[in-house]
Design a protein around this ligand. Structure first.
Ligand code: SF4
Length: 219
C-alpha cells in the first residue's frame, strides 16, 4: 500500500460551488441532512451541459454510515429515469457481486462522478467531470468512508489522479483517513465476462479488509 496525494482541498471545491457552502458545511455534521442538501443542489445544477438532457440528477444511494463507498462514472438511461445509480444491468451485476462477497447493496453507499446522464451513455467529458467533482468531494466529506472504491478509469482518474485501471485495480492507496482501492467498472465486466473472477476477488478483498477494520454488515 502506498501513500499518494489525491483530493484537492475540500474548501476550494465548496467555494467553487459558489453558493450555500456554509449551509452544507454545517449540515455535514448530520449525514442525512448533508446529503439532502446536496441532492437539492444537483437537481437545480447547471454547471455543465449535461443538465440539458437529464430527467433528473442522480446523487447516490445506500447507507451513508457505511465504511464502503463505490463510485462509478455516471447515470445511464434507467438511472436517469429512476433517480438511483446502478439500477441497470451493470448495477445488477454489482449487487450480485456484493452478495457473493457477503454484503447487501444497501450496506454500502454508491455514487457516480457525474450526477447527470451523458447523452447516449457516452463517457463523461473531462470538463463535465471537473464541473461535477465538487459534489463528489462533498459526498465523500459527508460520508467519510473508510474505503473509497472508484470503479473504472474515469472514477479512478478523478479520485486517484492516476489512470490505467488494469494496473491499478486491486491495489491499495491511502489519503488521510481513507483507503482507496480501484476496481473494474461493472459495465466493463458485463462486456468482458472473463474479468468477472478478478472483479469478484477485488470486491471480496475489499469487504474482508472492511471487516478486519471492525465493520459488520448493516452497521
Ligand atoms: S453533471 Fe454535475 S455539474 Fe453537470 S449539470 Fe449535472 S450536477 Fe451539475
Amino acid at each position: 500500500m502506498s501513500d499518494v496525494p489525491i483530493l484537492t482541498p475540500l474548501y476550494r471545491y465548496w467555494r467553487d460551488l459558489g453558493y450555500r457552502w456554509m449551509g452544507l458545511r454545517r449540515a455535514a455534521g448530520a449525514r442525512t441532512r448533508g446529503l439532502q442538501e446536496l441532492h437539492r443542489m444537483v437537481q437545480r445544477c447547471q454547471r455543465c451541459p449535461l443538465h440539458r438532457e437529464r430527467k433528473q440528477a442522480v446523487l447516490g444511494v445506500g447507507n451513508p454510515w457505511s465504511p464502503l463507498m463505490f463510485v462509478g462514472e455516471g447515470p445511464g438511461a434507467q438511472e436517469d429515469t429512476e433517480g438511483q445509480p446502478f439500477v441497470g444491468a451493470a448495477g445488477q451485476l454489482l449487487t450480485k457481486t456484493l452478495a457473493m462477497a457477503g454484503i447487501r447493496r444497501e450496506d454500502v453507499y454508491i455514487a457516480n462522478v457525474v450526477k447527470c446522464r451523458p447523452p447516449g451513455n457516452r463517457t463523461p467529458r473531462p470538463s463535465e467531470m471537473q464541473a461535477c467533482f465538487p459534489y463528489l468531494i462533498a459526498q465523500i466529506e459527508i460520508i467519510r468512508p473508510a474505503i473509497l472504491i472508484p470503479m473504472g478509469n474515469p472514477a479512478t482518474q478523478m479520485i486517484l489522479g492516476q489512470s490505467g485501471i488494469m494496473q491499478l485495480r486491486g491495489r491499495w492507496f491511502r489519503k488521510n483517513d481513507t483507503w482507496i482501492c480501484p476496481i473494474f467498472h461493472p459495465a466493463y465486466v458485463l462486456r468482458n465476462p472473463n474479468a468477472f473472477p478478478t472483479f469478484l476477488q477485488d470486491v471480496q478483498a475489499i469487504v474482508a479488509t472492511a471487516r478486519r477494520m471492525g465493520w459488520h454488515r448493516g452497521e
